[in-house]
Write a protein that binds this ligand. Structure first.
Ligand SMILES: [Zn+2]
Length: 495
């Protein structure tokens, strides 16, 4: 489903320097973030007392809210010194900011949660979810990672997309010491574009760490789900997470926040899923915990969302590449992980290609992808994209005699380019995969598919792979030109 979210990417500038004597100073500066937040959670009021302190002095500094609308969640704004704050249309600004000076304010998390929208805020039982961009004002300079220290009353937990710092920094002399029964957590907030969404949850849940080769998935199940159902959900998600290792033996990212939010009465086990990239990487799944474990095992959405972790954010124009990759792998990885048989996986792909071909539309695939949020022509975008990646996987395996496939290129992409905290142009992503696979064919296919007005000819690919349909049953032809490639695509990998 959705792979969220960006519009204008804010590129980070990398300063290159020829002078070796400058290096120690740069290393020190990099370890010392320009901005430090301190957030003290008030459980009774469900509000957050926030202060944000500058490392450097600023002649003029602006603190942006997420939007003019979002300013309603912020109150009691004040600066340390005697200087004034000026309220503007989307935030506050001030002159003569001193090095070490702090801004403090109160953020109304209860009001954010009451919005009850997945990208804004949510309440689930006694647990609350609040998008951090709505309660962390963002200084306009300089860009870079920030640090945050969160103080929680006893019994409260936090789930955030941020990187955990194992040893919190000591309270400074002029800071009030937290009470003994307060839990202190410290994190680094990755620098992602301001309009990429994220979620932070507070409540009485346990964050469960699913440690796998290549990284950890930090699973929090909100809403006070009863223990037997929680165990069922954890077992299922463990199976799904291990299936993702079928791509290249490691999870795509070192650290991923996973939030499961229960919803009832929607008639299916997994109701909605999205991967979000603001301030780190995260998956959100809306689930009905009362459904049977077998229904969860039938689900495709969780594997789809995990597959989105393999690529960077590609924007609306590249959404057919992003959704196509997740749609292709949701079937391939379930077959490799034993959640589907290879025949079932080829069958589900064929069904999807059939739906995509029937969806119509006479614009190019790239135009259809760009307009997808308005036209809702998801079937064509997702499945034409899946046909692209099947074609590319087949081409790479043909060209290399089976030595290099799509997995190989994505595995190398993981090592050099993930996590990606900025948007990639789709052309740059496929060119990078080509370079990593030692080919030029992915970019050539990209141009062909982006400009395509009809649905890709998936039937001729199936014919080459030796996949036929006789009397409603999948038939495999062992003499077909690409029969070995067909077997290799769905074969489990030794991990
Ligand atoms: Zn998706």
């Amino acid at each position: 489903m959705a792979d969220m979210r960006s519009g204008s990417g804010r590129a980070r500038k990398l300063a290159l320097c020829c002078c070796a004597w400058l290096l120690p100073a740069i290393a020190t500066a990099a370890a010392d973030e320009a901005w430090r937040y301190r957030a003290v959670f008030d459980a009774a009021k469900q509000s957050m007392r926030v202060s944000v302190c500058a490392r450097d002095a600023h002649a003029r500094i602006a603190f942006a809210a997420d939007s003019a609308w979002a300013m309603r969640f912020i109150a009691d704004i004040a600066r340390d010194g005697s200087g004034a704050m000026t309220q503007g249309s989307g935030g506050w600004s001030a002159d003569d900011w001193h090095a070490g000076e702090c801004l403090s304010y109160r953020a109304d998390l209860a009001a954010i949660a009451a919005e009850h929208k997945p990208d804004v805020g949510w309440r689930s039982g006694d647990d609350i979810v609040a998008a951090p961009q709505l309660w962390l004002l963002r200084p306009d300079a300089p860009a870079g990672e920030a640090r945050i220290r969160v103080e929680l009353p006893a019994g409260w937990s936090i789930s955030a997309p941020w990187r955990s710092v194992l040893a919190p920094s000591p309270t400074k002399g002029d800071e009030k010491q937290p009470p003994k029964d307060v839990a202190i957590k410290e994190f680094v907030i990755p620098d992602t574009p301001a309009d990429w969404s994220a979620s932070v949850a507070f409540g009485h849940f346990d964050e469960r760490r699913i440690e796998l080769p290549g990284g950890v998935l930090r699973l929090s199940i909100l809403g006070g789900v009863e223990p037997a159902q929680k165990e069922k959900l954890e077992r299922w998600f463990g199976r799904v997470a291990r299936a993702v290792l079928g791509a290249y033996g490691r999870v795509p990212l070192p650290d991923v926040q996973v939030l499961m939010i229960p919803v009832a009465g929607r008639g299916r086990a997994v109701v909605f899923g999205q991967s979000v990239r603001g301030q780190g990487n995260a998956l959100q799944l809306l689930i009905d915990p009362s459904r049977a474990e077998s229904e969860f095992d039938d689900d495709w959405m969780a594997v789809h969302e995990l597959s989105h972790l393999m690529h960077p954010y590609l924007g609306d124009r590249g959404s057919w590449l992003a959704e196509g990759l997740a749609t292709y792998y949701q079937n391939v990885l379930r077959a490799r992980g034993g959640l589907l048989t290879p025949a079932q996986a080829w069958d589900r792909l064929a069904e999807g290609f059939g739906r995509g071909a029937g969806a119509g539309g006479d614009e190019t695939l790239e135009q259809t992808a760009e307009g997808m949020e308005h036209t809702h022509n998801f079937q064509r975008v997702y499945w034409a994209g899946a046909a692209f990646w099947l074609t590319v996987d087949r081409d790479l395996r043909r060209a290399s005699g089976g030595k290099v496939g799509l997995d190989t290129a994505l595995s190398r992409f993981r090592d050099g380019s993930l996590p990606a905290y900025r948007q990639w142009r789709p052309e740059d992503f496929v060119a990078k995969l080509d370079a990593l696979a030692g080919s030029t064919l992915i970019s050539a296919r990209y141009r062909e598919f982006a400009a395509m007005r009809g649905f890709p000819d998936w039937r001729s690919i199936y014919a080459d792979l030796g996949i036929g349909d006789r009397g409603g049953r999948m038939r495999f032809d062992e003499q077909a030109r690409d029969a070995a490639i067909r077997e290799a695509i769905m074969r489990p990998k030794a991990n």
